[in-house]
Design a protein around this ligand. Sequence first.
Ligand code: MN
Length: 318
Amino acid sequence: MMDFSGLKESIEAFDSIVIFRHINPDGDASGSQSALKTWLKDNYPEKDVYAAGSQICTQGVWPANDEVSDEVIRKSLAVVLDTAAANRCDDSRFENAAKIIRIDHHPDRTPYGDLSFVNEKAAAACQILAEWFEQQGKHMSSKCAEYLYKGILTDTLRFSTSNTTPDTLKAAAWLTGFGIDIPAINRELFDLSMDEFRLTSAIRAKVNAESSGFAWLIMSEKEMESFGVNGSEARGHIDEIGHVRDFRIWAMFTENRKDGVLSYDASLRSKKTDISIIAQQFGGGGHKNASGVKGLSEADLYKIKELLNQAAENENRI
Ligand SMILES: [Mn+2]
């Protein structure tokens, strides 16, 4: 169990708390943010609590964010959730807050904040919050439990990733005791629209399977336009590819044109090999089995494909 000393005291010391999370929020980012806001409002009704950030997670249904003024941020406690580095935060104004707390499960390569609660072994930031809420023994609404459960479910791909541990399942089990609707949550998060269903067919049809066990595809701007998705939405379907037994490492590249210049954004996945090391070589990063890179040139795209192919080859030799 993590050491949460100082967290409760910091929260109780401030009348105003602003909750932040990473850009392009996923279920864990929006889940942890919505859950913390709900829990704080339930247990400290006299405090002002805000959820900052301009974007909203497109997977599932989430509450809208709040407008927060510079003045409010300056006098507030900032809690930054699920955010690997300061420059990944959706609203950089968190740096002006009176005090900054980070709660996260990403590798701690670029520390930030006055107080940090990082557990790299946790499958989700929502898992860490669930553990802390359970310790606190205060009021837990079923809405708060649902937000946390959604974050854990999405970050673990329905309890199937390698970082799903006994602690993950304990947190989830505790949350399910608050009357959440498990099948409805799964439908909300994972059912596809007809367009998405067609997009997944296109992804399957486009996969190039190398003999090494490396699989990859490139989605053009035109294709994404025809399915009504942007690059990150298209790459959101990358995990489909991993269901082929022979694939060890797989990558999805999406075209990205900015000011007339074409580059590629990539999502990388593996079953065993630590591909975050390869992602880092191109300015990206992430987790051992799930990483990403942005803004690859054509030459870098070729290079990273070679490295991933080689890594799959190396796995064959073990
Ligand atoms: Mn996360």
